[in-house]
Write a protein that binds this ligand. Structure first.
Ligand SMILES: [Mn+2]
Length: 266
């Protein structure tokens, strides 16, 4: 029985399949966390979704910005962006069940056995694990509920402040979505930056979320994807970056939580 996490798939089916084969993934015994962005930009989002759905009883997905964008596209009848290459998935006769499945998945997950927190982009430095899980559950009731289309249609745009103590449910929803699925750099007063997608060149104004002092003393390990420019490297020992840019020609990375070993698809 083993527990694994794999970085962003982004429609790269063969490297995904290859990693599962390399470790001999056994769905009746093993568990797999997918850190999100299963689909979009890569060559075969449909096959990725089919395989994830087939293995769904052994998988936890923490939703990424591209997964949420897929949900928004379907639920608000938006035109897909051709560069996302989502047409075959959107034309699938099983699209409805994939959408329902993704809506049932959380934005973050905590594995008690390995003291590991998993989410697509990271965790806000001011949230403890319990708060993060509670906010993720709250947001899921929004994107699963009958008002989901409204939440999704007002999800976009840059809202740099993270505000959860508010009666404005859309502001709270956007704050939670932005932290878990879009965050990279934070300003000194912990506002989100939406423009910088580069690597770790710290400036006076911007720091990666995981460089907050809180993470230096944490026993928990924080596993995330989303930030391909890091190329799997962080400045914080217990922040584990798994998006190694497969869709941009890099490898896909699997972490074995039981052994801390990382395996690359290349
Ligand atoms: Mn992402």
């Amino acid at each position: 029985m083993a527990t694994y996490a794999i970085g962003d798939l982004q429609g790269c089916y063969h490297p995904f399949r290859n990693l599962l084969d390399k470790v001999g993934f056994n769905p009746s015994q093993d568990h797999l966390y997918l850190v999100g962005d299963l689909v979009a930009r890569g060559p075969d989002s449909l096959s990725c979704m089919e395989l994830v759905y087939r293995l769904k009883d052994s998988i936890t997905v923490t939703l990424g910005n591209h997964d949420l964008h897929l949900l928004a596209t379907v639920l608000t009848n938006k035109q897909p962006n051709p560069k996302d290459k989502l047409e075959p998935l959107l034309a699938s006769d099983k699209l409805d069940r994939y959408v329902t499945y993704l809506q049932s998945q959380p934005l973050c997950s905590y594995d008690t056995q390995f003291d590991s927190f998993i989410s697509h982009a990271g965790i806000y430095p001011l949230w403890d694990i319990d708060t993060a899980i509670e906010l993720s559950n709250w947001a899921r009731t929004c994107y699963q509920g009958s008002n989901a289309a409204n939440y999704f249609s007002a999800m976009y745009g840059k809202q740099p402040t993270v505000t959860i103590d508010t009666h404005d449910t859309q502001v709270k929803f956007n704050s939670i979505i932005n932290v878990f699925s879009r965050m990279r750099f934070l300003t000194n007063d912990l506002r989100l930056d939406f423009d910088n997608k580069g690597g770790l060149a710290n400036t006076d104004e911007l720091q990666p979320w995981f460089s907050h002092p809180r993470f230096k003393t944490a026993s928990t390990q924080f596993i995330f994807g989303h930030w391909a420019a890091l190329e799997g490297k962080t400045t914080t020992e217990n922040a584990i970056a798994l998006d190694t840019g497969c869709v941009w020609g890099g490898p896909m990375t699997l972490l074995n939580l039981s052994t801390n070993e990382q395996i690359s698809s290349k």
